[in-house]
Design a protein around this ligand. Structure first.
Ligand code: MG
Length: 265
């Protein structure tokens, strides 16, 4: 109880996974809309952080607003945005071939990435839900010729209400089969690149930021890798039994994030 209170009290920014953590298939978990409202009133900054790079920032703002979550003090952060920061700091001005939807591709250009269609130095694999054989063929040729290879995130599948959809991790396997290459860099959770970016943007210390999520190997591992406190919630993928078998250990566990309200006074 004291440990929970101490960590919640120290928290100035909550980094929230979305599906399984604040909503399930676009339905808020319990009284989550109000829970986030109370957090904001206590001065806690809200970041929504998703590995899904198939939508750009504005598309997420729209989705969250429609469900009732978004407040204009909140920040949406995607693995695509983390990738833009990474390329701008490590590979400024390199020519990048981007596998992504048109909207996300546009956000890469607008973010300062030198997006090209031919003779690229870098192949960037985002969650391209408009992927075609032509794009795969081109990416494969560039990879075989030795281009630097970056993927936005490692997730194998993207959850839906029914059968999960293939995600970037599955496309990584496909390109490994054809080119013999695996990514040189994978940017989203659990990589700590986004964690450094959130610390820089908020000006907060690592122990003032708390990561909340339902997946041990992406969300919680990301928090641990970034030096943040972590809250594993049992409202999504992970069960208490799965946690017992895990070598990734969260700082705290809640049945769902609404429990945080008890510790905010
Ligand atoms: Mg999740």
């Amino acid at each position: 109880m004291d440990k929970i209170k101490e960590i919640v009290k120290k928290t100035k920014c909550l980094v929230l996974d979305m599906d399984g953590t604040i909503y399930l298939d676009s339905t808020p978990i319990g009284d989550m809309i109000n829970t986030l409202k109370i957090c904001r009133e206590k001065g806690i900054k809200i970041y929504y952080f998703t590995n899904n790079s198939s939508k750009n920032y504005m598309e997420y703002v729209k989705k969250l607003s429609k469900i009732g979550f978004y407040d204009d003090r909140d920040i949406v952060y995607t693995s695509a945005m983390a990738t833009i920061s990474f390329i701008n700091s490590e590979f400024k001005d390199k020519k990048v071939y981007v596998l992504a939807t048109d909207e996300v591709k546009k956000s890469f250009s607008e973010g300062g990435v030198n997006v090209v269609e031919e003779d690229a130095d870098i192949v960037l694999l985002a969650y391209d839900t408009t992927l075609t054989f032509e794009k795969l063929k081109k990416a494969n040729e560039m990879l075989v010729r030795g281009a630097i290879y970056i993927a936005t995130h490692p997730d194998m599948v993207c959850p839906t209400a029914d059968i999960s959809m293939p995600d970037v991790g599955s496309f990584i396997r496909l390109l490994e089969g054809s080119s013999g290459r695996v990514p040189d860099y994978i940017i989203g959770k659990p990589n700590n690149i986004a964690g450094r970016e959130i610390m820089r943007a908020t000006g907060l210390n690592a122990d003032e930021i708390t990561m909340v999520g339902d997946r041990l190997y992406t969300d919680i591992k990301f928090g641990v890798n970034s030096g943040f406190n972590t809250i594993l919630v049992f409202s999504g993928e992970t069960t208490p039994d799965m946690l017992k078998q895990s070598d990734v250990v969260p700082t705290l566990t809640f049945n769902d994030l609404n429990e945080i309200v008890k510790y905010l006074d």
